[in-house]
Design a protein around this ligand. Structure first.
Ligand code: C2E
Ligand code: MG
Ligand code: MG
Ligand code: MG
Length: 282
């Protein structure tokens, strides 16, 4: 009996694995096609400065509608990384975002910065790869300081390349760097110490329960205090309630991002959002 059920669960497991593999392969082909035809879209989520009571940054987030089905970035970014499509995907996002940012600046929103997510597999391996990014930024008449790159620390951990050198290369080019999803990786503190970052983004999972869970509250306070002591700016991700906003303001968190202010918006709505925004509405 034990053997039978063992064999059954083995079969079930293997069937599931096969389904997963097939879906992946299918998505990979579709994704490759979508990138080639520039069918990916980018939406932009406002990041609010508490001190200035205004919006001066947006995070660019890629979207893919695969023939009527929205595929989550969590799923397709991983596929893009695995099948070496990530650099092309990243270039597509960067150039779409640069075009939108240029247009905003032309409409008078001069000091807006765009945050662009970069997979660790997109970190330039040498000067010439780095140049390619900078060329895209310059091609649209923007400065490197108009762009902040968000790198996820969990993505960095397993990588054996010398992250420090790569980060320095990025940094020398004049772009700012944010450490994304802070607190969820393997060696957060080691990165803060070794890598030249400007911003720390506290992962949403710590923010969600900070008003009800004392441990999360302590962690968030401590991350903010540490970041400030090290001269870094702090962004809280996934802020959904007024209560969270008030707690974070009291802790002198620098920036807030989350559904409380806005979900990611299509490019056409940014100018309007910037003009209408009033911090005291919240
Ligand atoms: P991330 O960089 O940490 O982005 C924040 C995610 O949290 C986004 O999910 C955003 O829509 C979501 N979010 C923001 N505020 C709230 C909130 O108040 N509540 C909740 N529940 N969620 C909130 P999204 O767009 O699904 O992206 C997921 C992840 O995919 C991103 O996490 C990022 O790691 C990756 N990603 C997205 N776009 C790109 C890209 O262009 N390139 C790369 N390499 N990765 C990307
Ligand atoms: Mg991000
Ligand atoms: Mg994040
Ligand atoms: Mg994330």
């Amino acid at each position: 009996h034990a053997k039978d059920s063992g064999r059954n669960s083995y079969c079930y497991f293997s069937q599931k694995m096969q389904d997963t593999a097939l879906r992946k392969l299918h998505l990979k082909n579709q994704l490759s096609h979508a990138i080639e035809n520039r069918q990916l879209n980018v939406v932009y989520q406002p990041i609010i400065s508490i001190k200035d009571k205004r919006v001066n940054k947006f995070e660019a987030l890629v979207r893919w509608n695969n023939q009527g089905e929205w595929v989550s970035p969590e799923e397709f970014i991983q596929i893009a990384e695995e099948f070496s499509l990530i650099k092309e995907l990243g270039q597509l996002v960067l150039s779409q975002a640069c075009l939108v940012l240029k247009q905003l600046k032309q409409q008078g929103f001069n000091d807006v910065v765009f945050n662009i997510n970069r997979s660790v597999f997109e970190i330039p391996l040498n000067q010439s790869e780095n140049k390619q990014w900078l060329n895209t930024i310059e091609h649209f008449g923007l400065q490197p300081s108009d762009i902040c790159f968000e790198l996820t620390e969990s993505a960095l951990a397993p990588d054996k390349r010398n992250n420090e050198i790569l980060f320095n290369l990025l940094r020398e080019s004049g772009c700012t760097i944010a450490l994304d999803d802070f607190g969820t990786g393997y060696s957060s503190l080691a990165y803060v110490r070794r890598i030249p970052i400007d911003y720390i983004k506290i992962d949403r999972s710590f923010i969600t329960d900070m008003s009800t869970n004392e441990d999360d509250n302590i962690l968030v306070s401590t991350i903010i205090a540490m970041s400030k002591a090290l001269g870094k700016k702090v962004v809280a991700e996934g802020v959904e309630t007024k209560e969270q906003l008030d707690l974070l303001s009291a802790l002198s968190c620098d920036y807030i991002q989350g559904y409380l202010f806005s979900k990611p918006l299509p490019a056409e709505q940014l100018a309007n959002y910037l003009s209408q925004f009033n911090f005291d509405d919240y």
